[in-house]
Design a protein around this ligand. Sequence first.
Ligand SMILES: NC(=O)c1ccc[n+]([C@@H]2O[C@H](COP(=O)([O-])OP(=O)(O)OC[C@H]3O[C@@H](n4cnc5c(N)ncnc54)[C@H](O)[C@@H]3O)[C@@H](O)[C@H]2O)c1
Length: 251
Amino acid sequence: MDRLDGKVSIVTGAASGQGRVAAEVFAREGALLVLSDLDAEGLKETAQLVTRQAGGDPVLHVGDLTQEAANQELVDRAIERHGRLDVLYNAAGLVRFGSLHELSLEDWRFTIDHELTITFLGCKYALRAMLRAEAGSIINMSSLSGPYRGSQRHAAHAATKAAIVGLTRQIAVEYGPRGIRCNAIAPSLIEYAPGQRRIASQTASHPPEGIPLGRHCRPEDTAHCALYLASDEASFVTGQVVLVDGGSAIA
Ligand SMILES: NC(=O)c1ccc[n+]([C@@H]2O[C@H](COP(=O)([O-])OP(=O)(O)OC[C@H]3O[C@@H](n4cnc5c(N)ncnc54)[C@H](O)[C@@H]3O)[C@@H](O)[C@H]2O)c1
């Protein structure tokens, strides 16, 4: 119950989906949480869930993380409250799907902003804080779709998720010598249970064909992977992309 004991951890996208479940898991493992999202109501609900389960008093930050100022503000909040930043889990993101020949430039730019730029900015400001302590762990959100597999109508999504793998490896190499690790999680399509809050426009509803482990990914699966990567148990793991896909990529 103390795998993140006292670690100051930012979780973005914490109002919903994987970010919310990760906030719950991190809190149970002793993290000092700083939660951020665009959605103030959802964020408050997450804070209540977390406090009910694990106590504590998460710092809440509401902002549009595609904007530079919001990322600066988020890291400043963590430093003001706790004096340092140990973990960033970049779980916020939003996609517009469409076949490439029909995709508008606006939808392409929206997806680049909400998947790739949001990740870049999160990393940029977290790195500034982590460099002061020469320690930290960053976890980015990639996907099975893009770096490992093509999917219908996923052009912009696939491009950003492959780019996030490159960004993750780059950070690992450039900042490893300064004590900072960076890894990514690549989930297959996620199945949310009734009552679990999510905004993602796609959720697994079809039978889990082609998945050796015989079920879809759940938000708990990625949360536990993030927990490992955030913890000192992963202190020699960096630049990796962990597929959380039940074996689909190799089937
Ligand atoms: N759901 C899936 O099947 C799946 C599979 C692979 C990868 N992913 C990736 O996981 C990430 C999160 O999706 P999810 O499944 O947790 O669902 P989700 O859509 O429920 O959660 C995303 C959260 O990010 C927040 N967010 C979006 N734009 C923001 C912004 N500009 N500023 C601040 N917060 C913002 C949303 O408000 C929401 O709370 C996305 O990057 C998605 O591409 C999802």
